[in-house]
Design a protein around this ligand. Structure first.
Ligand code: AQP
Length: 330
């Protein structure tokens, strides 16, 4: 069976973009692939975090995975820091990576934009190497991610190919799986920017734990484009974004959605969209609140054990290839 690996960071509030661009696809793919879904807490450290809140967010994210429909009897769900192989492989890959490659990453440029080089953390620069280690440890075939991660995955492939060329066949070369729709859900307040956890303006994103009133208010205030027609149109990003969200939440084709809104106004679109979103979020949040900490701990402990079994095999091979064999070599 082919493998998939993916993860999300336990930072901020997970939003509809994370769900429609990533989690939703994971729940479908888990039945076709051997699946590893990780809560990437070490990635969260690339930005300052409050330790207590990181613990809370890590737990919350694991519960969100389960509420979204990731089945722990089918998939391996685990916390990145429970599997030390991730950091160890990162160091080994760091030594194969060029600074220029990392400095070219768009996310590094964007997230480091407001900080002086002198005070930008090395972790932010090194983020894609940790991500490469996450993926390559599991001999992953496919990585389901949103559009924003495509460049990082390209680097993962480059590092794997370089290592295989220099040290012999070691890593499987992963392919990205970018969904046709939902790969880039845009902010409701600025449709030229992606919906993002780190956005300081909370009105731009629908949190997966937002209540019905907040959801209604956010959609009501969502920016629209000029014109009145409700159609998918690349030159009208706000309406296209709202229609994309509606189509995905109601499992309809673009054509069905356009037919549904033919002759209707923006107000009607926003109110039907709020209803569809609340109809999705209510059972989702109920499942979320019903997961006990004890049950979650069991799932994550078992997941880490399974992940470690797989990760340690790859790491042993990598170290062997590099001549890092410790006392065994003496
Ligand atoms: N707006 C989006 N549309 C579609 N997919 C998205 N993803 C993120 N934003 C969108 C996908 O969600 C997965 C988990 O993301 P992450 O936790 O690694 O965070 P991120 O990619 O850094 O994006 P966020 O959640 O918005 O956080 P910030 O604000 O920190 O950038 C990934 O598969 C991602 O592609």
């Amino acid at each position: 069976m082919k493998r998939i690996f993916s993860g999300a960071q336990p930072t901020g509030n997970l939003h509809l973009g994370n769900y429609l661009g990533a989690l939703r696809n994971w729940t479908q793919l888990q039945h076709e692939y051997e699946s590893f879904f990780c809560i990437v807490d070490l990635h969260a450290l690339t930005q300052p975090q409050n330790p207590q809140s990181l613990i809370t967010k890590t737990k919350e994210l694991a519960k969100l995975y389960l509420a979204a429909g990731i089945d722990p009897t089918v998939s391996t769900i685990f916390i990145q820091s429970d599997v030390a192989e991730h950091t160890e492989l990162t160091w080994l890959l760091n030594c194969q990576t060029r600074i220029g490659e990392l400095e070219r990453m768009t996310q590094f440029k964007e997230k480091g934009r407001n900080t002086e080089r002198e005070s930008t953390g090395v972790g932010l620069l090194d983020y894609p190497v940790l991500m490469a280690a996450d993926i390559l440890l599991y001999q992953t075939d496919l990585v389901p991610v949103g559009e924003d991660q495509k460049q990082h995955l390209e680097l993962t492939r480059d590092l794997a190919q370089r290592f295989n060329r220099d040290y012999g066949e070691t890593f499987r070369i992963p392919e990205p799986f970018i969904p046709k729709a939902g790969a880039r859900i845009m902010s409701l307040s600025d449709p030229t920017k992606k919906m993002a956890k780190s956005d300081v303006d909370p009105s731009g994103s629908i949190g997966l734990l937002d209540d019905a009133d907040i959801v209604t208010r956010k959609f009501k205030r969502a920016v629209t484009d000029s014109g009145t027609e409700i159609k998918f149109d690349n030159t009208r990003p706000a309406i296209t974004n709202l229609l994309t969200i509606y189509a995905l939440l109601t499992n309809q084709t673009n054509e069905q959605v356009e037919n549904n809104f033919a002759g209707k106004g923006y107000g009607q679109l926003k109110s039907e969209l709020s209803e569809a979103c609340i109809a999705f979020l209510q059972p989702f949040q109920e499942r979320f609140h019903n997961i006990t900490d004890e049950h979650l701990r069991d799932i994550l402990t078992g997941g880490a054990r399974r992940a470690r079994e797989s990760a340690s095999q790859t790491l042993d091979t990598v170290k062997e290839r590099l001549g890092i064999v410790g006392a065994r070599g003496i």
